[in-house]
Design a binder for this molecule. Structure first.
Ligand code: NCD
Ligand code: ZN
Length: 353
């Protein structure tokens, strides 16, 4: 069975600054191994991507190392209220952090939220990490500034119901849900381990998980929020939040198809067609993933390409396997091997010269 290459609009590459967790090479290998042919990279690197020179820095290294197509987000800060917007044609979009997570991009001042909503061009994606009451604020700002807003990694019943109500009123919001919020709950924390289970938003109750499944119609995209940290860090003193996800996501969705909880159309809509539309991405010609929908296997981090070396889905029984990935007519992944060369990935936005 053949499906189009997947678009993952929420990936943390860790380069520049934390290449021991992941870099553009290992991260795009992991993407291809997971059937992902386009990654949109988050800006909470070190340094964070907030101006022309840091954007240039990331795009230069990505152009040299990426094995799949890519675009790089800008981060919204208190120092780039006016200077971020002119860079929009070169960016995947603008990412705004309204709540605390890994990195130092959290924006505390609501007047800064408003200025970014006002300044960032409506034709370029604006993505928000907002939980609970700040999610309600982000939705209000989408209405007030009359611009599309994409709501990252929604996890709670109250949040998906709020989004459903906002959409019913015609407010221009879209949202994504991660595989870990669809396939794991608080009940799994003991088995995974408490440090390893740290993730933002946190794992939720089974009731919340069920509400996401019950409201699949309101979920526009599946996005991994691939956020690799090493095992030593996850098992250490102050475990940073985040899960790797690129290599387990599609197998999990295929497993849900085998159980009758999703259809192939559900996957293609949320992993290809909707993200392409929401993030204004070109179609990738002659780009597809060959799948064996019946293969049964157990997920093992030992066989992954991410540098972080672990997975919250260790041992998870999967039905459905990725056999090969073709990117623009060239075989990029086959039989467990990444064949695409570093630098074959293209920047999907305007070049920054
Ligand atoms: C992310 C990371 O590690 O960069 N962690 C997480 O728990 N999701 C932060 C983020 O998604 O913004
Ligand atoms: Zn993230």
């Amino acid at each position: 069975m053949r499906i189009p290459g997947i678009v993952d609009p929420h990936v943390h590459m860790r380069e520049p600054g934390a290449e021991y967790k992941e870099d553009w090479d290992s991260g795009t290998k992991a993407a291809l191994a997971g059937g992902v042919t386009t990654v949109l990279a988050m800006p909470n690197t070190r340094p964070a991507i907030t101006d022309r020179s840091t954007l240039q820095q990331s795009l230069t290294v990505a152009a040299a190392k990426a094995r799949c197509d890519f675009a790089q987000y800008m981060g919204a800060g208190s120092e780039n209220l006016d200077s971020a917007a002119p860079l929009a044609p070169h960016a995947a979009g603008l990412k705004m952090y309204l709540d605390q997570t890994f990195g130092n991009l959290k924006l505390d001042d609501m007047s800064h939220w408003m200025q970014h909503f006002q300044n960032w061009p409506a034709a370029s994606p604006l993505c928000v990490h907002a939980e609970g009451a700040s999610l309600a604020t982000a939705i209000l700002l989408a209405e007030l500034y009359n611009r599309p807003v994409h709501l990252c990694h929604i996890s709670l019943r109250s949040e998906i119901l709020l989004i459903k109500a906002a959409k019913a009123r015609g407010i221009p919001v879209t949202c994504e849900v991660t595989p870990h919020h669809l396939f794991l709950s608080q009940d799994d924390i003991q088995a995974i381990g408490s440090g390893r289970s740290e993730v933002r938003p946190r794992l939720t109750t089974r009731n919340d998980v069920q509400a996401l499944w019950n409201n699949l119609d309101s979920i526009d995209c599946f996005a991994t929020d691939h956020a690799p940290h090493t095992l030593a860090e996850k098992d250490g003193e102050n475990p940073p939040p985040g899960f790797p996800g690129l290599e387990s996501a599609l197998p999990l969705y295929l497993t849900a198809v085998s159980e009758g909880r999703l259809t192939m159309e559900d996957i293609i809509k949320r992993c290809v067609t909707n993200p392409r539309r929401i993030f204004h991405l070109p179609e990738q010609p002659d780009t597809f993933v060959e799948i064996d929908p019946h293969a049964r296997w157990n997920f093992s981090a030992a066989n992954t390409f991410t540098r972080c070396g672990w997975s919250p889905f260790e041992g998870y029984p999967m039905t459905g396997r990725i056999e090969s990935v073709t990117l623009r007519g060239e075989i990029a992944f086959k039989a467990g091997e990444v064949l695409a060369r570093p630098g074959t990935g293209r920047n999907l936005r305007q070049a920054l010269s």
